[in-house]
Design a protein around this ligand. Sequence first.
Ligand code: SF4
Length: 381
Amino acid sequence: MPALNLRDLDAAAMQAALQPYGVDATVGRRIFARVHRDGAADLEPVRGLAGAARRALAVDLVWPDLEIVERRGSADGFVKYLFRLADGPHIEAVRIPLPDPADARALKERRRAGQAAPLEALPTAKYTLCVSSQAGCALACDFCATGRLGAIRSLHTWEILAQVRRIAAEADHPVRGVVFMGMGEPFLNYDNVVSAASVLSHPAGGAISAKAISISTAGIVPMIRRYTQERHNFRLVFSLGAPDSELRLPLMPIEKRWPLGELMDAIREYAAATRQRVTLAYVAIGGVNMTAAHAAQLARLVADLRVKINLIDVSDASGRYLPPSPEELGAFRDELSAHGIPVVRRYSGGNEIGAGCGTLSATRAGGALLSIGRAPATGGS
Ligand code: SF4
């Protein structure tokens, strides 16, 4: 038998791989939990595993892992991880602190009542992780440091899962969400991303609610259609970047291959199939795509859809693109609100460590190096 990496396999693939060893479905499920829930690198305590299978697996199994090269923390509790892949390239993931939902609701109420209530003041109750799906990225969005690296390679399923496993293992709160908004375009690595998401949401794996797993795509239209047909429960997020093709093209060269009109058709099909409000991500760039006129154009573009717009401040370490001013932001939001479109400004924390999800910086600048053990790790520097 060739080397067998169980960390790379979702539930169905693992059952199939274990079958030649005479492992039945019940024991297979225990092995799945041992590998993906416990994060173990052995099958020692697995009950019901026959001696012959145990011995054969001990010879064949390999347990590859990612190397954590660096952890950088920011004052607002974000931590950026830099991993090295076995063949050399680096990838990044970000640990994002989130408060208890009840605390967040109470804070909203206080704000509504006009009391000062900064988001950072809430204690962390859980984490969401922003993970990478590729090293580098072929899509070359003009505002994105990862895009400037070009395509390097797609990650294996186990390399995606290892980001979550390694970060969760040293976190002081549970990981309750994962967003595929790190380096790479998830839908250029479709099979491995969907396989990793299925392990993360499996009750005997990561046990993360499928609704708390988001996959963000810049618009790989055939894969959006495939995803819609396959009816997965993870949340898709569509990154628009601009309200028309002319402005989108220089920002997101994917526009040439799959123009905005075609992308909107695929989004409509997804919306019709899921009957859910569609989340659109819009990278907010000062002086580029944030006027009231742009917002009005965006409102017309999505007029026949139920959408929510996530505004994400651009995070460009080169300084070529800057986040919008408060005035630009206000005008843009007001215009969308006037059209009845909900707008959420995603808190782009960890700015000094280049941790803004959606446009991971692919740099090692800024922040403070952290030494993180199993002890509490929030708070950065
Ligand atoms: S923004 Fe996303 S899709 Fe665009 S180049 Fe960067 S990683 Fe790739």
